[in-house]
Design a protein around this ligand. Structure first.
Ligand code: SAM
Length: 300
């Protein structure tokens, strides 16, 4: 999978993918990240990327021309054309050098090699970025992330080029760079081969519904099944006693079905306490509902 980031602060990304799982994914060629300096697509002495807003008001707005040029340099046409053309390869140069995009032996190197880029504008006004969306995006080949600054990006860039606007939360950041890093991190770890254990992303917070998990029966007592849209349960490691707090006995007694039950109850407790909204869309069994009623009863 390939990510392209368009930003006025390319230096922001210098060390951000140099740790842990992401570093390994890049080193192994499972994922490629290219950062493009928006100022490289300006033509004046001051390398101007912004201008005052029409209609007056606060701040500055990122001009459309440098962004359009940045897209053109990547071979990215306006979305109307992108949708029309069938065999369009957005990375014409990379396509002749497929190793830039895919590791040796990857099926991405086989023709037809015509990945379509999904252009995403990072924006506080965007649709919420969720784990479900991260899963969908992990199945695409090329994602282009446009980082706004100041008051944002000239809206015509959104209209002409962007497939979606994405928000990473209901707050305003000073730029799209942190948001792009968050989006890439969450997607990247879902790309096949990046996490050591393919199943592990299914068993964490916001995991897929139980019914979608085919390989839950590997004997490891994780949650009862998948997280089913719930938050994860609490995790503990050694020592069993820390600052007078003992690890819950259930986790020490080796009874797998008891551990599963305990973990499921903890997921329900955490979700009810921190994200009750998730319970509406979660896959809940009859037993889950009973447990929830009991937990609610405790506080009444
Ligand atoms: N005027 C904009 C508004 O009120 O929605 C805020 C602009 S913000 C200061 C500058 C840039 O940061 C945005 O163009 C966007 O790229 C990024 N940004 C800010 N908050 C974000 C969020 N919650 N999710 C994703 N990107 C965000």
């Amino acid at each position: 999978m390939r990510f392209d980031i368009v930003t006025i602060f390319p230096g922001f990304f210098a060390s951000i993918f140099e740790n842990g799982i992401l570093r390994r994914a890049l080193a192994e060629g499972l994922v490629t990240v290219e950062v493009h300096d928006l100022r490289a697509f300006t033509h004046d002495r001051h390398r101007t990327v912004d201008d005052r807003p029409f209609g007056g008001g606060e701040g500055m707005v990122l001009k459309p021309e440098p962004l359009a040029e940045a897209f053109a340099s990547l071979g990215i046409q306006p979305k109307a054309e992108r949708m029309k053309s069938t065999g369009f390869s957005p990375y014409a140069e990379a396509a002749t050098e497929p190793r830039a995009l895919a590791p040796e032996g990857s099926s991405l190197q086989e023709p037809p090699f015509a990945p379509r880029p999904l252009v995403i504008l990072l924006s506080a006004q965007g649709r919420p970025f969720t784990q479900a969306l991260a899963r969908e995006l992990a199945a695409t080949e090329c994602v282009v992330l446009v980082c706004g600054r100041y008051e944002g990006v000239d809206e015509r860039i959104n209209q002409l080029y962007c497939n979606m606007e994405l928000s990473i939360g209901d707050y305003v950041l000073s730029g799209g760079e942190l948001a792009a890093a968050v989006v890439i991190d969450a997607i990247m770890r879902l790309v096949p081969g990046v996490l050591g254990n393919e199943a592990s992303s299914e068993f964490e917070s916001f995991g897929v519904a139980d019914a979608e998990i085919a390989n839950a029966e590997d004997g490891v007592p994780r949650s009862q099944h998948g997280a089913g849209g719930l938050l994860d349960y609490p995790h503990y490691t050694r020592p069993a006693d820390f600052c007078g707090l003992r690890v819950p006995e259930t986790l020490l007694n080796g009874d797998h079905s008891e551990i599963r039950r305990w973990r499921r109850e903890q997921q329900l407790r955490k979700t009810l306490a921190n994200r009750p909204d998730l319970l509406e869309g979660a896959t809940l069994s009859k037993e889950d509902r009973k447990i929830l009623d009991a937990i609610r009863g405790e506080t009444e």
